[in-house]
Design a protein around this ligand. Structure first.
Ligand code: NOJ
Length: 565
């Protein structure tokens, strides 16, 4: 695969000026934020599991890649029933990832390199090993700590049926029955995810106080913001009413459910915004909020609430010009009234990587189990990335997508760890495929992920990944890594990219898109056929080779071009 590369050298004074302009608007408005999944990024001690010192050692790579901030998925003390999204102690680093001192050093190093750090906050549920939950179980039904979770008596003659009909997102009922201290069957507790993840009761003042204190703990450590897990789930409808039907997961994202997107959540974010604003340096909150519409997502980023929300509608859009244009317009239109930047995201640790989604037929959703046509998927993924990075707002990059990594669709069942894989009908059972440790160097696994050739990695890496390592791709102008580096350098050098809230659509043949942003034009061809158009200007960068000849250009199949006009 070839690509056109841009000359991105610019005077330092210009760069400094733009950095100041960007800071005065809010650094996060057009930031490119790189998601690190700590288990799978870099393993410093050879135990097969990534860790904080490993991440720290790779920060210069991220600085050179050209991102603005790093979001770290959870590294807190956790039994890892859901890969760290089950937190036992919100103020401690799990020994598998290091220590608080390592976290401190990581934050300091990142800041010295000009990178901001966003940590994951998991306020919807704790681990069942959290001290509060353990005490609530131990102390029995009269424990005052039970009020901090949702404990209820069961239905049926002997309380043998769950208190309501809610289903867990990971499959099966959302309730698990407890045993009383005397060994008799007891009350049930609510867990929207795994049984090891009991939901907090956000009506409890102790829960609200505790999270305000946790926010301050990490803000005092110097973090620049929080990605808020299940931000739409904290408040449940009063009385926990039945939904009245099975197969509820199909309703998710289409209807307002009694456990998601309740209006009461916004009060919590207003209180958190007050805390974030007390700290210097524009600390931010980012909502992971799956809502039925982008308009409802916008509620989370009203001026007195959070700063950003993930744009999952965009993530779920197929590689199709009409659908993309619609979702781009809808996203921008919904965020404009609340004056929040739109975000753009193609991959994360919960969905099939976009190189594999686009390799398969459209309409299969975000959990795909077949590799599809890999070279087509990569070609489209590269084009999709240049489109995403040309849009106004903030963009998220998931570790390894800059290497063009596909999902690993053939992991043997015995190595899988995703909790929903082990529960029937869970919606996300195949998430391990996007969590395989990333290749850095060498010809033998773990490809520089760990310190020793032949050493372990918590999920096995495919043999083909030797050719996809950072080392193998560095300096190869046709590589996906160099495409990302060039794209991010151009984005830094062209203030029109990322800034603002509008795109000006230009006329474009069917199956293609063209839009203008200031002195910049982006062209996209989502079809499998070449399309000839008048060249919009001087080619800055292409996801593949784009030929300009006599004022015309041929948009190669499944390609994106960036043009200076
Ligand atoms: C969303 C996280 O991204 C996912 O990985 C996790 O399983 C659920 N929330 C539950 O915390």
């Amino acid at each position: 695969m070839t690509q056109n590369l841009a000359d991105t050298s610019r005077p330092a004074a210009d760069i400094a000026h733009e950095a100041n302009v960007s800071a005065s608007r809010g650094w996060w408005r057009d930031a490119v934020i790189y998601q690190v999944y700590p288990r799978s990024f870099a393993d410093s001690n050879g135990d097969g599991m990534g860790d904080l010192p490993g991440i720290r050692s790779r920060l210069p790579y991220l600085r050179d890649l050209g991102v603005d901030a790093v979001w770290l998925s959870p590294f807190y003390a956790s039994p890892q029933a859901d890969a760290g999204y089950d937190v036992a102690d919100y103020r401690a680093v799990d020994p598998m990832f290091g220590t608080l001192l390592d976290a401190d050093a990581l934050i300091r190093d990142a800041h010295e390199l000009g990178l901001r750090i966003i940590v994951d906050l998991v306020p919807n549920h704790s681990s069942d090993q959290h001290e509060w939950f353990q005490r609530a179980l131990r102390e029995g039904p009269e424990s005052p700590l039970r009020e901090r979770y949702h404990f209820r008596a069961g239905k049926g003659e002997n309380g043998e049926l769950p208190p309501n009909d809610w289903e867990s997102i990971f499959g099966g009922p959302a309730w698990t029955r407890t045993e009383n201290p005397d060994g008799t069957p007891g009350d049930w507790y609510l867990h929207l995810f795994a049984p090891e993840q009991p939901d907090f009761n956000w009506d409890s003042p102790a829960v609200a106080d505790e999270f305000r204190s946790i926010l301050r703990f990490w803000l005092d450590m110097g973090v620049d913001g929080f990605r808020i897990d299940v931000a739409h789930g904290l408040v449940k409808a009063p009385g926990l009413p039945d939904i009245g039907g099975a197969d509820q997961l199909k309703l998710l994202g289409n209807d307002v459910m009694p456990f998601f997107d309740q209006d009461g959540v916004h009060e919590i974010y207003r209180s958190w915004r007050g805390i974030l604003d007390e700290y210097p340096g524009q600390r931010i909150g980012v909502a992971e909020a799956w809502t039925p519409t982008v308009q409802r997502t916008a509620n989370y980023v009203r001026p007195d609430e959070l700063h950003q929300a993930f744009n999952f509608q965009y993530l779920g859009t197929d590689w199709d010009a009409t659908a993309l244009r619609e979702v781009i317009d809808l996203s921008l239109d919904s965020m404009r009234p609340v004056d929040a930047p739109t975000t753009w995201v193609l991959s994360n640790h919960d969905v099939t990587r976009h190189a594999t989604r686009f390799a398969n037929e459209p309409g299969l959703g975000t959990q795909i189990r077949t590799p599809g046509d890999r070279s087509l998927g990569l070609r489209r993924a590269r084009a999709a990335t240049l489109l995403m990075l040309a849009l106004p707002g903030s963009a998220y990059v998931y570790q390894g997508e800059e290497l063009g990594l596909p999902d690993v669709t053939d992991l043997p069942d015995e190595v899988r760890q995703d909790p929903s894989f082990f529960r029937q009908a869970g919606q996300d059972g195949y998430r391990d495929g996007c969590r395989v440790p990333i290749p850095w160097s060498d010809t033998e696994a773990p490809y520089g992920f760990g310190p020793a050739a032949g050493g372990p990695s918590w999920l096995p890496q495919p043999a083909e990944w030797a050719a996809l390592s950072v080392e193998a791709q560095t300096g190869d102008p046709t590589s996906t890594l160099e495409l990302y580096r060039s794209a991010l350098a151009v984005r830094r050098s062209q203030p029109d990219l990322g800034a603002g809230t509008d795109v000006e659509w230009l006329e474009a043949p069917e199956g293609t898109l063209a839009f203008r942003r200031g002195s910049f034009v982006c062209t996209v061809n989502t079809t499998g056929e070449p399309v000839r158009i008048a060249a919009p200007g001087r080619l800055l960068l292409g996801s593949t080779e784009l030929v300009v000849d006599g004022g015309e250009t041929v948009l190669a199949p499944d390609s994106t071009g960036w043009w200076a006009v």
